[in-house]
Design a protein around this ligand. Structure first.
Ligand code: GTP
Length: 596
């Protein structure tokens, strides 16, 4: 086991994790140039385009070190974004060590610190790597200071390198071998294997990524999922060297894949422990956490005849995304759709983009919401994430909402505006920590619902791109939430209803009314648009009645032009929704519901 190293790379987004992983793979000849694609480990298109890692991938590398010995390096990729922190946790549990990347031009950022704490929680040995030293703006000394002051790690151990040019990548591999510990475990003990990832393969079904902690797993073994309770038989197992390479067994300390006839990732829980049906382990591996959906939103097809396609697309996505939940929902305005649960805003974004891009669907997505917990006057307790299920305010006794501890790293000069931004987003407490010269951490306890809207964009704007943000969940706290309905010509438009803190209700209602007034074409009559809380109007705007015929513009005899205009108007109607006596173009929903 001494020749094995199980490690991952943790970093803030964009500090070069995937690029370094690629370089390590190449350096170990894990892949020929022809096979090599940039960002090899990020397999999905969207990941590649947006440069963010969403799903973890693992690769086993053969490395002959300078001491002449051969090592097997299992590099476990981890997502960098906070939405996927439970995936990061599972990846960390499969490792003994981690490389922690610091960008030589950016220094330490919020996610570097957050990931460091996670890694410490799992007792990993850490080796700092200073990346991007090829950049003119690289400042190795400053990065070393930050590693010392902000991460509390030994700056002299840090390995400077350039993942882009390949400079000193060899030193990183030597560091992995010499500074990170080998795994431990007893190959003869009852089997405990951690499922740290799973993905769906068209031809083979679900492929599980596992780390064997104790015992040995062989092909044909009858296995049992200790949390989920299901039983399967191992058809094939082996290691992932970019291609799946079958073996006959995986023993304590080893990392590999298992194919066992699992049909969908929804059938199993990533993070579960596999044991043998015969001679099972007494207890699963500790530290298991279920993925939790914290953001909810309804998704409707732009045109109702695309509904069957949306069903198919969601079923397909869910085969490979166990964190996505969806159930039928319907709206008077938009017909059938789904209420979906996501890990966070980025997860919502990714799902939305995949639906639009891979499945070519036009979508309307309702304003995202968190889950509120309500105590009713009759003593009942309910959870509501969908405005359409919000009870009448007179029956509500108490409402609580989820809070987060946000950590914002910013240059000192922007601290004032950052604190102001937190206050505007209902921050309850703010503390400041000096990290290093000119850099501060603002820690703020605030409602999760407040960061769902424009928080991140605003933060980036007021800190000129230098601010970074991370958060962890806190408990639920007391709040005052109201349901705002939007009425068009006195008729409520259900999709536009939203849940919001009382203080913010009017501001958002005004925004909706104004946008709608711009997007809905004039009719023969005057149309009032109102924001209403339980019958009280809190915002309004009006669309004036149409005075002229659309063709009136074309005075004179150009008949063909008139015809064209009327044709156009007819086509436009196809994308309109009749609402009471008012026709609302689909585009209006999209424009109003678009964030910011
Ligand atoms: P996530 O996958 O989102 O977590 O990001 P990441 O940390 O994997 O970053 P990625 O490897 O995608 O790199 C981000 C950007 O930095 C890319 O444009 C890379 O080309 C660039 N980059 C990475 N390493 C280096 C380096 O050593 N030097 C320079 N100049 N650019 C680099």
């Amino acid at each position: 086991m001494n020749h094995i190293r199980n490690f991952c790379i943790i970093a803030h987004i964009d500090h070069g994790k995937s690029t370094l992983a690629d370089r390590l793979i190449q350096a170990c000849n894990g892949v020929s140039d022809r096979e090599f694609k940039d960002q090899l480990l990020d397999s999905m298109d969207i990941e590649r385009e947006r440069g963010i890692t969403i799903k973890s991938n693992t690769v086993s590398l053969d490395y002959t070190a300078k001491d002449g010995k051969k090592y097997l390096l299992n590099l476990i990729d981890t997502p960098g974004h906070v939405d996927f922190s439970h995936e990061v946790r599972r990846s960390l549990m499969a490792c003994e060590g981690a490389l922690i990347i610091v960008d030589a031009s950016q220094g330490v950022e919020a996610q570097t610190v957050a990931n460091l704490y996670l890694a410490l929680e799992y007792d990993l040995d850490l080796l700092p790597v200073i990346n991007k030293i090829d950049l003119p703006a690289a400042d190795i000394e400053r990065a070393q200071e930050a590693i010392d002051a902000e991460l509390g790690l030994d700056p002299f151990e840090a390995i400077p390198c350039s993942a882009k040019t390949g400079l000193h990548v060899e030193d990183v591999l030597e560091g992995v071998v010499n500074k990170l510990p080998p795994p431990q475990g007893d190959p003869k003990a009852p089997l405990k294997a951690l499922v740290f990832d799973a993905y769906f393969d068209k031809y083979r079904g679900v492929i599980l990524q596992i780390r064997v902690m104790e015992g040995t797993l062989k092909t044909k073994d009858a296995i049992h999922f200790m949390h989920g309770g299901r039983d399967y038989k191992v058809d094939e197992l082996g290691i992932n060297q970019l291609k799946l390479v079958p073996k006959d067994k995986l023993s304590a300390g080893e990392v590999g894949y298992v194919v066992a006839g699992v049909k969908s990732v929804q059938d199993i829980e990533v993070g579960d422990t596999i044991t043998l049906q015969e001679h099972p382990a007494d207890a699963p591996i500790p530290g298991y956490q279920k993925a939790r959906q914290v953001v909810f939103s309804s998704i409707y097809p732009m045109s109702t005849d695309q509904y069957p396609d949306l069903v198919k697309a969601l079923d397909k996505l869910a085969i490979n995304d166990a964190a996505l939940t969806y159930e039928k929902d319907s709206s008077a305005a938009l017909g059938f759709g789904f209420r979906c649960g996501f890990l966070g805003l980025l997860h919502l974004d990714v799902v939305q983009e995949r639906l639009q891009r891979e499945f070519d669907l036009g979508l309307v997505i309702s304003a995202p919401s968190v889950k509120y917990k309500l105590k009713l006057r009759d003593g009942k307790e309910i959870e509501v994430d969908n405005p359409s299920n919000w009870p009448d305010p007179t029956v509500i006794d108490e409402i609580i909402e989820p809070y987060i501890r946000a950590s914002i790293l910013t240059p000192e000069e922007y601290v004032g505006p950052v604190m102001e931004l937190c206050r505007e987003h209902r921050s309850e407490s703010q503390t400041m920590n000096y990290l290093s010269a000119g850099r501060l951490e603002v820690v703020s306890e605030m409602p999760l619902g407040e960061v769902l809207f424009d928080f991140y964009d605003k933060l980036k704007m007021i800190t000129r791109g230098y601010g970074s943000f991370d958060h962890e969940p806190l408990e639920y706290r007391k709040t005052d939430i109201v349901k705002v309905e939007i009425l068009v010509n006195k008729e409520p438009v259900d999709t536009l209803a939203y849940l919001v803190h009382r203080e913010k209700a009017r501001q958002r209602a005004l925004h909706y009314c104004e946008r709608l007034a711009k997007e809905i074409p004039r009719h023969q009559f005057k149309i009032p648009i109102q924001g209403v809380i339980g019958g009280n109007v809190i915002a309004r705007s009006t669309i004036n009645a149409l005075r002229k015929d659309v063709t009136a513009k074309c005075y004179g005899g150009d008949i063909s032009r008139k015809k064209k205009l009327l044709e156009k108007q007819k086509k436009g109607k196809a994308k309109m929704k009749q609402f009471g006596s008012v026709t609302i173009p689909q585009a209006a929903f999209v424009a109003v519901l678009k964030q910011s």
